[in-house]
Write a protein that binds this ligand. Structure first.
Ligand SMILES: Cc1ncc(COP(=O)(O)O)c(C=O)c1O
Length: 394
């Protein structure tokens, strides 16, 4: 007979809760931040910012990296500098975080939602073309859980219709698609360095592009529409700069760039550990026919930003509560845009247009994955899943 679950009064697998994610910091991170603090250059677009941008551009194989104070800001900038006519349409996957949609909305553009692949939550590329109208100007692609979107067919559709592609790579730093790093697969790509991401600066983001003209405009729009960037690198300007366009305050602190530099140095190591843990989960959970597991896009390598299980929706609530009882954090992850009040106000759609996005969300349970997790932690997760599934209601 199996012992009772913790939620039924039994002994839990762990006494202290194993969290979903913990950022990984070491002494080098602390040293970099302390040194930069002592330099007193703590505001935006400083020497560490520029070094982080150069290092990241080299790592990605990209021409321009522009450090910003969030991915949301980077996404906003990508559409802001294009100056699309008000009311133009932007294709956005239904299963994403609100920032992807906000980028369009903040720029007076209309969000047109598209359903996703029910097995990995990424935009269903085959469903993009029927949503394109004469007003469509851009497509947003989102790498859910760090698994790259199938970008070649998406870019083909975009090219055929002359559309701008923004790749929301918030979750996928270090992931590859057909041997190329995410960040190099679209006209503009936007990373997040939020505390939950694979490379952490606390808050932060970056816009990546190979387009010189786009980069020049973004450098200005990122710094409140000023051309201050040139005066910072050109002493002959004697502090002179002008207000040359609209913009916002999206530059990022030099202090956080210092953290970015040291985080980037160990990104490959941190991602390799995530991958090891993910492979352990994949082989441990393969024995359960009723569990869906993350499906990586053919030709891609995920950075394993997060790990999820697709459980039968009828046991989802039970599964989350019972896992937490066993001392393992388990959560839902973001809900489809169309179920949110705000998107119901600003978008036009039929209630049944996104069956796969609903199916994916209804089944998805996120479980712990982060580089500092030990093998014993991962084994506890598997033990808890085994116990919880063995005791599940009929
Ligand atoms: C897909 C996606 N886009 C955008 C963001 C926003 O990132 P930030 O917090 O850096 O603005 C997130 C954050 O979780 C995200 O998951």
């Amino acid at each position: 007979m199996t012992s009772p679950l913790a939620v039924e009064g039994g002994k839990p697998v762990r006494e202290t809760l194993l969290p979903l994610h913990v950022p990984y910091f070491d002494e080098e991170d602390a040293k970099m931040v302390a040194e930069t603090l002592r330099s007193t250059f703590v505001s935006g677009d400083g020497p560490e910012c520029r070094r982080f941008e150069t290092d990241l551009a080299e790592y990605l194989g990209a021409k321009h990296v522009l450090f910003t104070n969030s991915c949301t800001g980077a996404l906003d900038l990508a559409l802001m500098v294009k100056g699309f006519p008000e009311g133009s349409e932007v294709i956005v996957p239904d299963f994403t975080f609100t920032s992807t949609g906000l980028a369009a909305i903040l720029n007076g553009l209309k969000v047109v939602l598209v359903d996703v692949d029910p097995e990995n939550g990424n935009i269903d590329v085959a469903k993009i073309e029927p949503k394109i109208t004469p007003k469509t100007v851009a497509i947003m692609a989102v790498d859910y859980a760090g698994n790259p979107v199938d970008m070649d067919p998406l870019n083909e559709v975009a090219d055929r219709h002359g559309l701008f592609v923004v790749h929301d790579t918030a979750q996928s730093i270090g992931a590859t698609y057909k041997g190329r790093k995410t960040g190099t697969l679209a006209h503009a790509s936007c990373f997040s360095f939020h505390g939950t991401k694979n490379l952490v600066t606390g808050e932060g983001g970056a816009l990546v592009t190979d387009d010189d003209n786009l980069a020049a405009k973004i450098i200005i729009a990122r710094d409140k529409g000023t051309d201050k960037h040139t005066y910072l690198s050109d002493p002959s300007k004697k502090g002179y700069y002008e207000y040359v366009s609209r913009g916002n305050s999206y530059v990022q602190s030099n202090l956080l760039a210092a953290l970015g530099i040291s985080q980037l140095e160990k990104l490959e190591r941190m991602n390799a550990r995530r991958c090891e843990l993910a492979q352990f989960y994949l082989s441990a959970f393969a024995r359960y026919d009723e569990l869906g597991l993350p499906k990586v896009t053919p030709g891609a390598e995920s950075n394993w930003h997060l790990f999820y299980l697709l459980v039968p929706p009828s046991i989802k609530e039970y599964f989350i509560d019972a896992m937490r009882g066993e001392g393992i954090m388990a959560n839902i992850h973001y809900n489809p845009l169309h179920v949110n009040r705000y998107y119901q106000e600003v978008c036009d759609f039929e209630a049944d247009e996104f069956p796969n996005s609903v199916k994916f969300f209804d089944a998805l349970v996120r479980i712990p994955l982060y580089p500092g997790m030990s093998d014993a932690d991962a084994e506890d997760v598997v033990t808890a899943v085994d116990r919880v599934l063995a005791a599940r209601p009929a």
